[in-house]
Write a protein that binds this ligand. Structure first.
Ligand code: HSE
Length: 412
């Protein structure tokens, strides 16, 4: 069986490496006598590469070659990854991708094209890198109604927050360290603003709840405003701050989904997930909580997931596999402000005594937090649980305070 790889970046080159290094054991697990990479599509010059003959620049070479059964898309982005993937599926070639942006935005169209053309569209590597999560949810947990899925889906932000929590480094210092370690990109926006995690929760939510969730419908907050003061207050509350992605079922067939920093209690399984690790907590109505944990990024872990999909495709060239979901209706995702939760608030108060009096008049049972070396005009508290919209209105109604930060308290 012949494979083509589109995009020879970090993941694409890892895929070729794994297919070469583990060639014999991979072939043994497939129904074929051989699995070989025939083409590598990349617009850059690889004439000095050992495999230079495999490098091509014209996508049509792959599309028009009937020997290519499986196409690996590791280009990233939507354009031209979407057009190329769709064209391959329409030709009956299976497509395997690690591209979360593509699956989150265009997964429904690509899954439909795969179904219509008796091919496969597989994307295990798009969430959690090397952590098996797509297949376990679709197959091993198939007997469950999944009620909620939440987790730490971005390694870069988890590394940054871990450095802030454990080493008392500022956000900027931690980001610099993440860049020096090769975790964060030069332009880290997608990670630190939460977009990468939002794409991943879209894929998981679509898979768990059966209808496509688009990134533009996921309210997303990043971690750029988190300060060491917030970290200290969270610690005094027996908690840590993590970037948490959540999707859960609501009444009326709708879902709630959000990506935002959250105060996570030390008793939660997610609280001890540090550095670049990811963890996904799935709540099934038969299994209870199931946690998937591991390295959520990196060349070889991600390539491992891609190659597993290639092997799966090699064993199901004709029969489609139903890794799918349907279209979603308008307003499928609820307004995040309707959710019931508690909020942590840090604020400036010229007269803290007066401010705390007002706070206790506003909320029956707010928890006041303290930290060492806090400025005299700073207060922090956690509200009781209520609808987020109402909480914000009440907090903004406390005249004696200037709000410096609000962070949701996680129930995960
Ligand atoms: N940049 C991502 C992360 C890896 O830090 O988790 C790819 O999704």
């Amino acid at each position: 069986m012949y494979v083509a790889v589109m995009g020879y970046g970090t993941v694409g080159s890892g895929v070729v490496e794994v297919l070469t290094k583990n060639h014999d054991s991979i072939v043994k697990k497939s129904l074929h006598d051989d699995i070989a990479v025939k083409y590598i599509l990349d617009c850059r010059d690889f004439s000095a590469h050992l495999d230079s003959k495999k490098f091509i620049k014209d996508f049509n070479t792959i599309l028009e070659d009937p020997e290519i059964d499986v196409v690996v898309e590791t280009m990233g982005g939507i354009d031209p990854a979407f057009d190329f993937s769709l064209a391959c599926l329409k030709k009956g070639k299976s497509v395997v991708t690690s591209n979360k942006e593509l699956v989150a935005a265009k997964g429904l169209e690509l899954l439909n094209a795969a179904r219509e053309n008796n091919a496969n569209f597989l994307f295990e590597a798009s969430v959690g890198g090397g952590i098996p999560i797509i297949r376990p949810i679709s197959q091993c947990l198939a007997a469950n109604e999944i009620e909620e899925i939440c987790g730490i889906l971005n390694g870069t932000t988890n590394f940054i927050l871990s450095k802030m929590i454990k080493d008392n480094l500022s956000f900027d210092q931690s980001l610099k360290l993440a860049q020096e370690n090769g975790y964060a990109e030069k332009d880290p926006t997608d990670d630190i603003d939460g977009h990468d995690a939002a794409r991943k929760i879209c894929i998981l939510a679509s898979l768990c709840f059966g209808n496509h969730v688009y990134p533009e419908h996921v309210y997303t907050e990043g971690i750029t405003n988190i300060t060491l003061a917030d970290i200290d207050y969270a610690s005094s509350f027996g908690s840590v701050i993590k970037l948490i992605a959540v999707a859960k079922k609501c009444s009326g067939g709708k879902i709630y989904t959000i990506v935002s920093p959250a105060i996570v209690n030390n008793a939660s399984q997610l609280s001890g997930v540090d550095d670049v690790f990811n963890a996904v907590l799935v709540k099934g109505n038969a299994t209870g909580d199931v946690v998937f944990y591991g390295k959520g990024a990196g060349k070889m872990p991600t390539a491992s997931a891609v190659v597993a999909d290639v092997i799966d495709c090699s064993n199901h060239l004709i029969h489609r596999k139903d890794f799918g979901w349907d279209a979603s209706s308008e307003n499928y995702v609820t307004d995040y402000l309707d959710a019931v939760l508690s909020l942590y608030v840090r604020a400036r108060a010229k007269d803290p005594v007066k401010a705390l009096n007002s706070l206790h008049k506003t909320f029956d049972c707010a928890t006041v937090l303290t930290r060492k070396n806090a400025p005299a005009d700073e207060i922090a508290f956690v509200t009781p649980a209520a609808c987020e919209r109402d909480l914000l209105e009440k907090i903004r109604g406390i005249d004696e305070i200037e709000i410096l930060s609000t962070i949701r308290v996680s129930e995960c």
